[in-house]
Write a protein that binds this ligand. Structure first.
Ligand SMILES: [Ca+2]
Ligand SMILES: [Ca+2]
Length: 636
């Protein structure tokens, strides 16, 4: 590159930086300033998709994630680029969208450590970890002081450990560390449950974990630590989901996590749900190695089973629901919840460690009334036992209607293979129909299998015109979830048009099969029965109810409720205390403890529709509290 080009590039960069700064001001700052005058917005767009954000300073996987509610912190990891275990400690700022390398960790036994934020002292505890090169585990407890950007040592754990589940219980101020490995191989999975007391700096042994494993998703919700998935001592990836009742010191089995890629997933707690994302077994058939962690792919292994899928667990109903897929496949990603913003940092994408990161604003869609089948798609459940009303236009190999794996009824359709010789070409079928003037929603279920990767094989779904030209690619993927997933498509853009819904599996004749079952294809429209008239949603009002508090520091709380993309959000402002920590209570439940910086906190409730919330803030750990303020959304 000659000097002139360099200068020109720099000029372009400077200009780009200038315009990006302007853009930032427009997007980030101005709405805050005028937030008070925010008008009611369009109906909620929920779920909100994952957003790719700034790259980490270096590609890595296996870092431990934690958040203080403002930033996320990611401890350690291993990078294929450097070929070393790292002592890096990276901080992500979601407002500035920047990464900052903080003071490095005191050691390099950092793979799959457990990082936990302790709000009382504004510190992050990083427990255990492994050195990828030697497989040696550590019993270190490292304490990071956010305020001074310094590390100190805590009491050693009772044993060396990596791949633990972990969480902080605000109800009793204790940290929990569960199971994990104490060597470099999974057959060392341990049954231990440890309780760490940050005040006494000591560990206590609690009730044994029922099914020892490592690489579980985990998080504390309302006094219960949930531990899901992982890889056990028998080298099996497990779907088990455990509820540790901290007060009762008991373990109870809960609803299994769906799917098959449930090892080394990222996780975080937001909106009282455990969000779980990514994961898999990037080193191929797990029987080939017992190594908990691998420094490189197993040679000749073409099957990195790594997923971009995400689910959430709601303990209130003991149910799992799908969450938006991430943009990138990532196993060993570092998860955290920055308040209600989940982050997946780094990971292994199926071929290399990545620096990319992405965030998801956690929100839970309100259940929508079940629409009705318009009947426009015929034999959408394949219950004739054949392809009546469908057209097969790709016969390598011919799609079949089979009883092997129905989503409902007796039959479903299979494109591609789930066993046997692999042909070269497309296995596909479609049905043509006319979209009603109201559009409606196309819905179908698919079950995906592969032993290949997307370069060679794929599972596709399209909307095409009547000549077969693709109008919309619903998905183009190579997924091995082996679970029925519902897909919906908004057909409004095609209102009145005659189109086709087409399913296609492509295979490359290499012997690594790919298949997709399809069932219950339907065009859904609102049901004919009248629905209740929606209640008008007036602008939320804050009703302060002052309560005198005969305590040393008078705290006065104000609240303002508003909606962001239809989602309930409350700004809390208080005056009185100027330092220390503040406990924030919503409806009598402690939701978060925050450093008292500026007397301000934003509560992203992230629900839409109506609701009434009562807030109170207290000097952390004391009964010195503010007045109560009630915020109503809608008529409450
Ligand atoms: Ca069926
Ligand atoms: Ca193949």
């Amino acid at each position: 590159m000659n000097r002139k080009t360099t200068t020109t590039s720099k000029t372009h960069l400077l200009r780009a930086a200038f315009f990006l700064t302007l853009l930032f001001l427009v997007i980030q700052v101005i709405p805050r300033v005028v937030g008070q005058r925010k008008t009611p917005e369009a109906p909620a767009v929920c779920p909100i998709p994952w957003q790719l954000v700034a790259n980490m300073p270096l590609d890595l996987y296996g870092a431990a994630g934690a958040s203080n509610g403002t930033f996320s912190y990611h401890a350690g990891g291993y990078s294929f680029t450097t070929g070393t275990t790292l002592n890096v400690f990276n901080r992500y700022d979601p407002v500035a969208n920047t990464w900052t390398a903080m003071a490095p960790m005191p050691d390099t036994l950092t793979l799959m450590a457990s990082a936990v934020y302790y709000p009382v002292t504004n510190k992050i505890y990083v427990f255990g970890g492994e050195d990828a090169v030697s497989g040696v585990n550590t019993n270190a407890t490292r304490i990071y002081d956010i305020a001074s950007n310094t590390w100190s040592a805590g009491a050693s754990m009772p044993d060396v450990r990596s791949f633990m589940a972990s969480g902080y219980n605000s109800a009793n101020g204790k940290i929990y560390l569960v199971s994990g490995y104490n060597t470099g191989t999974v057959d060392s999975a341990q049954p231990t449950t440890w309780e760490y007391d940050p005040v006494a700096n000591s560990f206590a042994v609690k009730a044994n974990f029922p099914h020892p494993a490592g690489g579980m998703a985990s998080g504390v919700i309302n006094g219960h630590l949930y531990v899901a998935g992982g890889r056990d001592a028998a080298n099996l990836v497990i779907n088990l989901n455990w509820d540790y009742d901290i007060a009762a010191n008991t373990w109870t089995a809960k609803a299994n996590m769906p799917g098959t890629n449930n090892n080394v997933r990222g996780s975080g707690v937001a909106v009282d749900n455990l969000w779980v994302f990514g994961g898999g077994n990037p080193f191929g058939p797990i029987a080939s190695t017992k190594a908990a962690f691998a420094r490189e792919r197993i040679k000749g292994q073409l099957v990195p089973n790594t997923t971009n899928g995400a689910v959430r667990y709601d303990p209130a109903t003991d149910t799992w629901s799908t969450a938006p897929n991430m943009n990138a496949q990532r196993a060993f990603t570092s998860g955290a919840a920055i308040s209600a913003k989940l982050i997946a940092a780094g990971g292994y994408d199926g071929s290399f460690t990545v620096a990319s990161a992405e965030t998801l604003d956690a929100c839970i869609p309100e259940p929508t009334p079940t629409p009705c089948d318009s009947g426009l798609i015929l034999n959408g459940g394949f219950e004739t036992g054949d392809f009546t009303s469908w057209v097969i236009d790709g016969a390598s190999n011919p799609p079949v209607v089979t009883t092997a794996n129905p989503h409902s009824g007796t039959f479903s359709a299979l494109a591609g293979n789930v066993s046997g010789p692999e042909p070269l070409g497309d296995s596909s079928f479609y049905q043509q129909f006319t979209v009603p003037a109201t559009g409606g929603t196309l819905s179908f279920w698919h079950w995906d299998f592969t032993t290949d990767s997307i370069t060679f094989d794929w599972q596709d779904a399209y909307i095409t015109d009547t000549s077969g030209n693709v109008l919309q690619t619903i998905f183009h993927q190579c997924v091995n979830d082996q679970v029925y997933v519902n897909q919906t498509v908004d057909m409004t853009p095609y209102a009145g048009q005659t189109v086709r819904i087409k399913f296609l599996v492509h295979q490359d004749a290499f012997g690594d099969d790919t298949g997709m079952y399809v069932d219950d294809v339907a065009l859904l429209v609102p049901c004919a029965t009248p629905t209740p008239t929606p209640t008008p949603t007036p602008t939320p009002t804050a009703t302060p109810t002052p309560t005198p508090t005969p305590t040393p520091v008078q705290i006065t709380l104000h609240a303002r409720g508003y909606k962001v993309h239809g989602l309930q959000t409350v700004d809390l402002f208080w005056s009185g205390p100027t330092s220390g920590f503040i406990d924030i209570y919503r409806n009598g439940v402690l939701i978060v403890t925050v450093p008292n910086q500026g007397g301000f906190y934003t509560d992203h409730i992230n629900r839409n529709g109506r609701g009434t919330y009562t807030y109170r803030v207290c000097v952390a750990g004391t009964g010195n509290c503010s007045n109560q303020v009630t915020v109503r959304f809608g008529s409450g």
